[in-house]
Design a binder for this molecule. Sequence first.
Ligand SMILES: [Zn+2]
Ligand SMILES: [Zn+2]
Length: 257
Amino acid sequence: MSIRIRSSRIWRTVAEGKARVPFETILDLIYPPRCPVCDRAADRYLRIHPACERLLPVIKEPRCKKCGKPVSRAEDEFCYDCGRRAFSYERGTSLYLYNARMSRSMAGLKYKGRKEFGTFYGHRLGKLCGRQIRAMHADVIVPVPVHPARERMRGYNQAEVIARALSEEVEIPEVTGVLVRVKKTMPQKNLDDKARLKNLIEAFAVRDDGGQIRGRTVLLVDDIYTTGSTVEACTRVLLEAGAKKVFFATVCIGNGF
Ligand SMILES: [Zn+2]
Ligand SMILES: [Zn+2]
């Protein structure tokens, strides 16, 4: 169920960013958060059913040394993609394998207004991958932006929701509104890798002369990493604008073999 309270004073206070936490607490009391696995009401402290949490596909070793995708044999240093492509980011980490269950859960976050799933996953990402993330020594967290029209339709950018919770967990500040999406990406089925990447790079831009990222190590955050093209496009735009290094962290990632 999505909640729209347009004209009340409390909504305006929230929109101005003054009362986010108390308002969400009130909402939790009226509408308990949904479990990101089964989509039924969950305990407002746990935010997931313990039995459902055991179904989440946490990625284990062996993993690709570059993107962190699971690989089939420990002696494989890199996954198939990283073995044949040179990515511009330093390294990445992800929490869950992007299987059918995670695909349903991520669709809930993106298309059904289940913003609380993003908060839940951002905290889990910070708790379970905190060690790898801290080892990146990032100065700032930057969420992968979505096109403003899409964000208006959804009411939020899912990557930003994840990044905010992660930021609280690892105590690295989140920077929004600097890396922006200036173009909607069209279906890219008939394009080759190179043309697809060029298209994607043109879809992103750095605003406000990039002061907040220049000379800094950036941790890019998104919901899903599949081919790596989005992360690669954002990385190139950030490096071009003066970022020192770019790492990434996503909630889900595909298989590397
Ligand atoms: Zn559940
Ligand atoms: Zn890889």
